[in-house]
Design a protein around this ligand. Sequence first.
Ligand SMILES: Cc1ncc(C[n+]2csc(CCOP(=O)(O)OP(=O)(O)O)c2C)c(N)n1
Ligand SMILES: [Mg+2]
Length: 202
Amino acid sequence: MAVEPTDVAAVVLAAHPHALVVAALGTATSALRLASDDGPHLYLGGAMGSALATALGVAEAVPERTVVALLGDGELLMSANGLWSVAAYRPANLVTVVLTDGLYSITGGQPLPVDPCFADVAGALPGLTAARVSDGGNLRDALLELPRPALVEAVVRTGSRPGPSPFVDPGTVRTRFTAALRATAAERQDTGQEVVTCTADR
Ligand SMILES: Cc1ncc(C[n+]2csc(CCOP(=O)(O)OP(=O)(O)O)c2C)c(N)n1
Ligand SMILES: [Mg+2]
């Protein structure tokens, strides 16, 4: 069994409606845009390999929000060292969701040179929890139940790009994501906590 990438994005958003989601490229961005009517997510416009490291930084800056890195297996293979950084820093609000199809799908379906076995690798690292799922129910359970930081590998159906283009105007991304962060800053002010400003505000 396997799920559609858009269904993965929808389950992630249903499980964590206030999450800050980072997606760098391709299928992940397109699925996220389709599942959330664009949403205020941090789209990185094709910067393959950057989603996990960026999400790690966002998780550190905004510890009260769940942060999700949504990325393909090819992208994570390019930036797998990020998993060791997650093991080192262990953010209690970070979830990595990998769309596993064994392919660099969106660029023509070239096979990954090896099965990265991400759930096995992450599960072997100290401090991380992990699961491999192939249907929406198990995905939801894993997202809600795994202690953080967690990695969930979702086996997805391959195919054409699921929705709109992964290239979103960077200014629009910045405006929307900054607004999502401002909501957090306002809550911090209400509760007397330190307010973190984002670069766009400085
Ligand atoms: C640094 C860099 N190298 C190559 C690309 C071209 N590229 C865009 S999507 C992609 C494949 C991504 O594969 P995966 O992350 O598994 O996602 P899938 O398409 O399978 O959903 C590649 C190679 C890029 N955008 N950036
Ligand atoms: Mg892939």
